[in-house]
Design a protein around this ligand. Structure first.
Ligand SMILES: Cc1cc2nc3c(=O)[nH]c(=O)nc-3n(C[C@H](O)[C@H](O)[C@H](O)COP(=O)(O)O)c2cc1C
Length: 198
């Protein structure tokens, strides 16, 4: 009876497979962080401090290319499910809303509407000169696409001394409306980019 009780207790406390896994541990070598890429990955972080210092068109072009540009193979800088390349990157820059056209390396104006109230639900966002809004229509994979694009921007920011953060605390319904998204297209998240204070 006691044995049964103890076995039952062990089953509750020890997750399945834990004992077998714990018995076989392979200690790995230290990560080799010598390369520039590894150092940038190490430096990547989210910032909640932005100055109003403007971002140049060159920097904007570079960071948008990092996010979702066309690479040397002719696909995108991030992988997309079945190579559908179905992520959209909206850019709030210089008081207008734009959409990024990677093939033409251009911004196409969506509107001059003021939408900061729907993005800037946290005060630190208000100063930032660039806000990206990722949208997609793939229920399974859009979040993955946006996450990969955002990570590229994080690494670009780490390289260039920019601050960035991804944010889900935005008004997605209002933004869907203001960006004139099609019925199946939805807002995934926001990424803030700017220079640090001082
Ligand atoms: C999907 C997602 C949504 C997030 N939303 C917010 C947000 O709305 N506001 C915020 O301040 N940080 C947000 N963050 C940033 C996280 O808080 C941050 O990544 C986490 O604290 C780890 O910090 P690190 O990015 O510097 O490693 C979000 C991160 C992710 C991945």
């Amino acid at each position: 009876m006691l044995r049964k009780l103890l076995l039952g207790l062990a089953a509750v406390l020890v997750p399945a497979g834990m004992v077998a896994k714990a018995a076989e541990i392979k200690k790995l070598p230290q990560p080799d962080k010598a390369s520039e890429l590894m150092q940038l990955i190490d430096k990547r972080h989210s910032s909640r401090e932005y100055s109003a210092k403007p971002i140049s068109e060159q920097t904007l072009s570079d960071l948008l290319w990092a996010a979702f540009g066309i690479n040397q193979k002719g696909t995108r800088t991030v992988p997309t499910a079945m190579n559908k390349q179905n992520l959209n990157v909206y850019v709030v820059y210089q008081n207008s809303i734009w959409t990024y056209d990677a093939a033409a390396n251009s911004l196409i104006k969506v509107s001059d509407e003021e939408i900061s109230a729907y993005i800037a639900k946290q005060d630190f966002v208000k100063n930032a000169p660039v806000n990206l809004i990722y949208t997609g229509s793939d229920k399974d994979f859009s979040a993955f696409h946006a996450g990969a694009a955002a990570q590229n921007v994080y690494l670009y920011a780490a390289d260039k001394g920019l601050n960035t953060i991804v944010r889900a605390y935005i008004d997605k319904d209002e933004l869907k409306d203001k960006l004139h998204l099609d019925r199946d297209e939805f807002v995934i998240m926001n990424q803030v980019i700017g220079y640090p204070e001082g």
